[in-house]
Design a protein around this ligand. Structure first.
Ligand code: NAD
Length: 351
């Protein structure tokens, strides 16, 4: 039976870039049904809330969610919990227990000059994946609070929480460079001693994967000193939050980066890391590549279609090698294309 994917395009450039991702997926002629549903500001306008029940139901009956972007000035005056991002993405993460956040940071060779790093540091390509625990750790631990005299939070990890995120990292490494660097602060924090011990225990089931441990302060430094040493970086919620932003900025182009938030049984939500870009919405000039690459991640992680995922990624690489660029990644001597033209070029390279 055909698998179903819920398609939540959202606001701003969301629908424009989503149309291109679906165009590329269609070209692969996969046995997938796409179910569109409203989310974000568009859903507030139509149904009165950012995540209507119909949308939750559409996601529940699907194997994965392909998400565009939500938000915009029109909804900024609503109470925070009703706004598009808080009102849609946070509940989706909670309802589907999306505990693993996967953020690749890859520099496509022809875009190397967009990086803030010296060319010799990224020569030969930077390609790493950050696996961040998303639903526990210091952002969620109890007790937390503020009094006149102090502010406090609790960093806490349960064994099963560390085990399941470590598994995600080892499985991901198996499909890549077979190396995991686990980030902690085991020299200072008890939670992190526990983290290191648990990751080491889980590693016993993955003898084909090389595991090393690194303190978070050193990792922050190594990411700018020698980022090519990394394949998969495994981190808890707060350290992963910081390191994934640092790593994505090394690539220099926000319109290029996909992400995934994964739950049990392979279910996941896949989205570009950028927002709804209201400043360029409706102009047809957005870069659709982060959305297209998010659909490749969906095929890889939720539908087990590794070779199809690679087809999409290679097609993107070829188009960039041939010198085609949307405005945000434009450089001298390249051919400027709009959103739909970029989608056409990528889909022409497939099959
Ligand atoms: P943004 O990522 O939307 O835009 C930042 C800058 O990058 C803008 O100049 C924009 O034009 C550019 N940009 C982003 N994506 C691009 C693309 N694909 N092609 C070309 N240029 C691109 O961030 P922002 O301006 O801070 O936020 C705008 C809205 O998006 C806000 O309402 C915010 O809440 C929302 N947002 C949503 C998500 C999400 O849906 N996950 C994430 C971040 C921000």
């Amino acid at each position: 039976m055909a698998k179903q994917v819920a398609v939540l395009a959202g606001d701003g450039i969301g629908p424009e870039i989503m149309a291109e991702a679906i165009k590329v997926l269609d070209k692969l002629k996969l046995d997938i049904k796409y179910k569109e549903a409203d989310v974000g500001g568009a859903a507030i306008d139509k149904h009165g809330k950012a995540l209507p029940q119909e949308t939750i139901d559409a996601c529940r009956e699907s194997a994965a969610i392909l998400f565009g972007a939500v938000g915009g000035p029109k909804w900024e005056k609503l109470p925070p919990e009703q706004q598009p991002e808080r009102g849609a993405l946070l509940p989706l993460r909670k309802i589907f227990d999306l505990y693993a956040n996967l953020r690749p940071a890859k520099i496509f060779a022809p875009l190397a000059d967009a990086s803030t790093l010296r060319p010799d540091i990224i020569e030969g390509g930077l390609d790493l994946l950050i696996v961040r625990e998303l639903t526990s750790g210091i952002y969620f631990g109890d007790p937390k609070g503020i009094t006149e005299e102090e502010g406090f939070d609790t960093m806490r990890y349960k064994k099963h929480e560390v085990e399941r995120i470590a598994k995600v990292a080892f499985e991901a490494a198996r499909k890549r460079g077979k190396k995991v660097t686990s980030i902690d602060k085991a020299n200072v924090l008890s939670t992190m001693v526990f983290w290191r011990n648990t990751v080491t225990e889980v590693h016993k089931k993955y003898p084909d994967i090389e595991l090393s441990h690194m303190y978070v302060d050193n990792a922050a430094m190594q990411l700018v000193r020698n980022p090519k040493q990394f394949d998969v970086i495994l981190a808890g919620n707060m350290f992963g939050d910081i390191l994934s932003d640092e790593a994505s900025m090394l690539t220099g182009s926000i319109g290029m980066l996909p992400s995934a938030s994964i739950g049990e049984g392979g279910f996941g939500l896949y989205e570009p890391i950028h927002g709804s870009a209201p400043d360029i919405a409706g102009k047809g000039i957005a870069n659709p590549l982060a959305q297209i690459l998010s659909s490749a991640m969906l095929l890889r992680h939720s539908l087990n279609m590794e070779s199809e995922a690679r087809k999409i990624e290679s097609a993107v690489e070829e188009v960039l090698n041939e010198g085609y660029r949307t405005g945000d990644i434009m450089s001298v001597g390249c051919q400027k294309v709009n959103c739909a033209e970029m989608g056409n070029l990528v889909s022409e390279k497939i099959g």
